[in-house]
Design a protein around this ligand. Structure first.
Ligand code: GLY
Length: 370
């Protein structure tokens, strides 16, 4: 069964289709968008070896020809040189203003290809075919696109909404368990930031979902995407509420920088630990119950996920070192750190009013916890 979450953004409105077997039906799904029956796919080596033949067959079955550009995997691909490579490839392929291009991969490919589509001929339409859980529940929806530079992650980019998102639940079955669970960090984030009922549902169903139950996976993706769509529709360009989606991210970005954006900590793992710390900070400030951070950590532990700083292999900077890394975060406004804090599970809010001493104390305590 395929379910649809509509993202009602006026002339930029689109559908997110979620279900099993969507790659095999990609031609029929995408054909209504096309002025001529061809698409240009950008993907990466790992996804290509597992799924590109199936996608091209699925497109052909719907009467859609395709050509593919295969890039190296990994965060390093979100770079100026690959942006040039993608755009020049499309130009050499004579992709026109009214054509449609396809991003086929995880968040790295989606962000890079979305940005390349935004600037090709001042903007061509693109379809997101996210292949990681993180991309299905977060990065493929909402139109944030971009690349990294030597100054940091996602510092160059644009808002460019896709014309369609096809989240094929079957591809999640080929993810390494660690990658799946990292994506689950973003799923848990949705419950924590805005829907206590969803968090309770995850506490009940998370382990079966991680073990492979396709119906539960589809439901978790649907509810996450619906929450993201609701927030994006309220605040497309992050003037306010959209920042709620960054629950856990101020801590996460500092931890990612501290671990050199390496395999020591995947982004979704950092989000999960960051959510636990955001609840710890909220409890310290008397905003939420003392039990809430423990409940967050208990769920992450039950899922076999990282939830404490001690779960990150290797040494970390001290609390002041981590604070200094936080100060470089994109979300700093007029030199003030913005945090997403919570009044309880499912009740997050954005604030710039956080005493740095409280953050330092939470970090120092977390670093001292074995
Ligand atoms: N990933 C956060 C956002 O899309 O706003």
């Amino acid at each position: 069964m395929t379910v649809t979450v509509h993202v009602p953004l006026g002339e930029r409105a689109y559908d997110v289709r979620i279900g099993a077997g969507l790659i095999g039906r990609a031609g029929a799904e995408i054909a209504p968008l096309l002025r001529r029956p061809k698409v240009w796919i950008v993907t990466e080596e790992r996804v290509a070896s597992l799924h590109l033949a199936a996608l091209q067959a699925g497109l052909q079955a719907g009467g859609v020809d395709s050509a593919a550009l295969i890039l190296p995997p990994g965060e390093g691909t979100k770079s100026w040189p690959n942006l040039i490579r993608v755009v020049e490839w499309w130009l050499s392929e004579k992709v026109e203003r009214r054509d449609v291009v396809v991003a086929f991969g995880g968040g790295v490919i989606g962000d890079l290809v979305g940005f390349a589509a935004a600037i090709l001929r001042r903007g061509v339409r693109f379809v997101q075919l996210p292949t990681s859980l993180l991309a299905q529940v977060d990065s493929s929806v909402g139109g944030k696109t971009g690349i990294n530079t030597e100054h940091g992650k996602n510092l160059v980019g644009s808002f460019h909404q896709p014309s369609l998102v096809l989240a094929d639940i079957d591809v999640l079955g080929t993810l390494a368990p660690r990658d799946f669970l990292a994506g689950y960090g973003e799923v848990a984030k949705y419950g924590l930031l805005g829907d206590a009922g969803f968090f309770g549902w995850l506490e009940e169903n998370g382990p079966a979902l991680a073990a492979g139950d396709a119906a539960l996976r589809a439901e978790a993706v649907r509810r996450s995407v619906q929450m993201k769509a609701d927030i994006v529709v309220r605040d497309e360009t992050e003037q306010g509420d959209r920042a709620l989606l960054n629950l856990g991210h101020t801590f996460c970005h500092a931890l990612e920088a501290a671990t050199g954006y390496s395999d020591r900590l995947l982004h979704g793992e950092g989000v999960a630990i960051g959510c636990a710390l955001a609840f710890e900070l909220s409890a310290r400030l008397g905003l939420c119950a003392q039990e809430d951070p423990s409940r967050v950590r208990a769920h992450l532990a039950g899922m076999g996920m990282k939830r404490d700083l001690a779960d990150i292999p290797g040494d970390l900077p001290d609390a002041d070192g981590l604070l200094a890394l936080m100060a470089q975060d994109k979300k700093v406004v007029d030199g003030q750190l913005r945090f997403i804090l919570a009044r309880g599970i499912g009740d997050a809010f954005v604030t710039g009013d956080v005493p740095v001493e409280a953050v330092r104390a939470v970090l120092a305590e977390a670093l001292a916890t074995p």
